[in-house]
Design a protein around this ligand. Sequence first.
Ligand SMILES: [Zn+2]
Length: 299
Amino acid sequence: MRTPLLIAAACLLTLAARAQESTKEAPKEPVEVLRQRLAERLSTAAEGATAKTPAKTRGKAEARPEGRQAAHWGYTGDVGPDRWAELSPENKLCAVGTRQSPIDIRDGLPVDLEPIAFDYRTGGFSVLDNGHTVQVNVAPGSGLTVMGRRYELLQFHFHRPSEERINGKQFEMVAHLVHRDAQGRLAVVAVLLDRARDDKPQPLIQTVWANLPLEKGEPLAAQVQIDLNQLLPSDRGYFTYMGSLTTPPCTEGVLWMVMRQPVALSAQQLGIFARLYPMNARPLQAGSGRIIKESLGGP
Ligand SMILES: [Zn+2]
């Protein structure tokens, strides 16, 4: 009578071992791949805020047709800027568009540009390392009005070095503040970031860096608030032209407003971003005869 019992016990042990193995194997699947996908999704939702997405869906993963993932892209090698259009049909404009960004800003028409009416309010924020940049998602309620149109601020993020140049000059970094109006039109304010002569830390950047998340693809909600007026230069003169998103899918029809006066960061602040993203700037695009307007006067 002992033999059948032993056999039964052995069978049970084998089954148990198999069960364990299979549970071990299941989650072995691609955590890294999932994380990468999540980062891609989040970055598409924000940086590539497509013009047609209503503001209400902001913050959620962008609605994409089932099974379609944003193609992986980067700044070097075979997923670099000169390959973006080949990575996905929706990136076509990256190659064939004639209203692309960034550009070298020169020969602007000096005119009486109306001041940008900034309406930035102190509020909460979360910081996301989306695999392409550090992005700060801001609480609703901030925005700006220009040419009679109100745009809501969605997020801001950084590039190193600055994507745009002014008369050929490139800056250490740039912050892009992405806004969208009720009809889905995009407006981006660029704040050039340069090294401070006195090496004083910039207060708003200090707060953002303090809240950097430890993991990519996972937004970290800050426990403090920020006042984005602190990121604007004191001289509100600017350049303006029509361009595109500087990341895939390179959507055009974006109103660019590039602040003329750079904002100063300490060497340490610049160094922190450099460690995360040593180079995340798209190369210059052709001006193609576009009109650039510039505020009269200046520093
Ligand atoms: Zn940008």
